[in-house]
Design a protein around this ligand. Sequence first.
Ligand code: NAD
Ligand code: 0WE
Length: 258
Amino acid sequence: MGLLDNKRALVVGVASNRSIAWGIAQAMHREGAQIALTYQNEKLQKRVEKFASELDSKITLPCDVSSDTQIQSVFGDLSKYWDSFDILVHSIAFAPRELLDGEYLKNVTREGFRIAHEISSYSFSALAEASREMMKGRKGAMLTLSYLGAVRSMPNYNVMGLAKASLEANVRYMASSLGPEGIRVNAISAGPIRTLAASGIAGMRDFLTHVESTSPLRRNVTIEEVGNAATFLCSDSASAITGEITYVDCGFNTIGMS
Ligand code: NAD
Ligand code: 0WE
């Protein structure tokens, strides 16, 4: 018996075998869920098709969340395979790189601010609204990925911190919108992990070594551990949990004198 037997999950945000979304998709598949994956662009298509086949899935769909038409067509395409589904995982974020370095105020721009919020927060609402019809009446669950920079100022994280604060508020408002339909909405705030999105980030190594030396568990979190927590939050075992931000960060957010 798996935690997610007879459930179907649409996972948005797999780009490599280090992606948090890949850790989540693997854990959900292990617990019995059928998986569908999306890919941002043609460059990622072949890779994502290979990842899907590793999870016994043939369902891979294009979805760049900056396009309303692509968001709509994902669900049109998905309905050719599934008449309904249970779980939506949103694991994407983007801000122009030059804003993720140096002093926040000096580097923030109107356009960079807009892009960060659109891709990292608005896209969760847009995907949720487009999912609504197919998730109706089935104890559905939605999950997104946040970071501590939403609630603390962190060096270089800058405008992404504001976008994550928006995303966390979005979780609460979406939970309120969708709760009456039995759909739960939660976020995992994960500790730093070396993924594509973290590569080339100024000072990423310092974030990792700092957590390793000061967090209660004295180590960093893995995508497998985020996947396991995600599986729980999207399972019926978490049936009364909604609107929550759950930290999966080896306890780092709980300490003082950090
Ligand atoms: P990743 O690079 O593997 O995943 C980021 C994904 O975002 C990619 O799949 C990329 O294709 C997708 N994406 C970006 N712009 C998009 C667009 N316009 N349309 C569709 N997809 C788009 O990196 P990751 O670290 O696994 O990131 C996943 C999530 O986890 C992000 O929300 C990130 O903020 C969050 N997170 C990451 C860390 C970390 O340290 N790596 C920590 C906490 C939270
Ligand atoms: O949310 C993130 C990273 C999200 C991200 C990454 C990139 C890199 C490539 C958003 N946009 C872009 N744009 C690009 O051009 N994390 C939680 C990982 C992360 O990013 C940081 C961190 C940590 C941790 C940036 C600065 C400081 C720490």
